[in-house]
Design a protein around this ligand. Structure first.
Ligand code: ATR
Length: 280
């Protein structure tokens, strides 16, 4: 039920049908009794500038931005927060009172919030972390880990040139490790993160034997379909603390909801169930 006073937000993607953000935000809107709406907006790339400029005219509070628009959205915004600028991508646009568009990126926040929520004992400064993959998700996670004070981040990617380019752009505690030497990269780490698409339903499992990793190292897979990937199953069997990818999706949405509707919402079991409902 919408009214004349309904505050509207949404998600811009192409395609956008796969996005779970409408279920997520709609759950919170109902839970907190907010007069708001959150709609999927399928916008082809050549229409993105028109769509973003139109947000203010249509009275939108803002939008989330998903594939393939995250980089272009950054360019279209009037202001960009420093984290989004370093990541080179935006997933949140907020329309200001003056109609200006502010871009930010909450993926790294979601990644860390879920990690801290699930494994309270993980301490960033203790030991190195290893991140597998050098795509868009990896970038946000590398920035978050560096900012959290991880002393050394080992970056392993099948295509080494992509990892090198990332390390050159981001600098800081990043160290490249060859794909062939990925087993050694796991020595002494306190955190192992899969940011690749391997392990996702329909894909091969990630080829990452864990034998060289300390058993207290947290194993975090950002894939959430399935919730337990072959990597997480193997890690659980070895006694590692494990973190699945769904919580990252839920936590990254909190700053968006707070910016548009003025409430920092909770991530709980009811939300997980709502987001998993009638999906694979
Ligand atoms: P996203 O934006 O979701 O991170 P992406 O930019 O397509 O997605 O990145 C996908 C990641 O999965 C990359 O790190 C990719 O490695 P390459 O840079 O070598 O392509 C990784 N990936 C995809 N298929 C892989 C495979 N079969 N083995 C290892 N890594 C793979």
């Amino acid at each position: 039920m919408t009214t004349g006073a309904t505050r509207t937000a949404g998600v811009i993607g192409w395609p956008v049908r796969h996005s779970r953000s409408p279920q997520l935000h709609s759950h919170w809107l109902a839970r907190y009794g907010v007069d708001g709406a959150y709609v999927p907006l399928a916008v082809p790339p050549d229409m993105l500038p028109t769509a973003v400029r139109g947000l203010s005219a249509l009275g939108f509070a803002g939008v989330n931005v998903t594939v393939p628009h995250k980089e272009a959205a950054l360019e279209l915004a009037d202001t960009v927060d420093p984290t989004a600028a370093r990541i080179g991508a935006a997933n949140l646009l907020v329309v200001g009172d003056d109609g200006g568009i502010a871009a930010s990126n909450t993926d790294g926040f979601g990644f860390l919030a879920h990690l801290r929520d699930t494994v309270a004992a993980w301490s960033p400064a203790d030991r190195p972390a290893v991140v597998i993959g050098a795509g868009g998700s990896s970038r946000a996670i590398l920035v978050a880990l560096a900012d959290a004070g991880v002393p050394e981040i080992r970056l392993v990617n099948r295509t080494v040139s992509r990892a090198e380019q990332l390390a050159q752009n981001l600098g800081g505690p990043l160290r490249i490790q060859d794909w062939a030497n990925r087993a050694e990269a796991l020595e002494d780490v306190s955190l192992i993160v899969n940011t690749t698409t391997q392990g996702m339903a329909g894909q091969e499992p990630l080829d990452l034997p864990l034998e060289t990793a300390p058993v207290d190292a947290v194993v975090y897979d950002i894939v959430y379909v399935p919730l337990e990937t072959p990597l997480l199953r193997a890690a659980r069997a070895r006694g590692h603390p494990v973190v699945d990818g769904l919580g990252m999706l839920l936590h990254q949405a909190r700053p968006s909801f707070a910016a548009w509707f003025g409430i920092d919402p909770v991530v709980d079991e009811a939300l997980r169930i709502a987001v998993l409902a009638d999906r694979g």
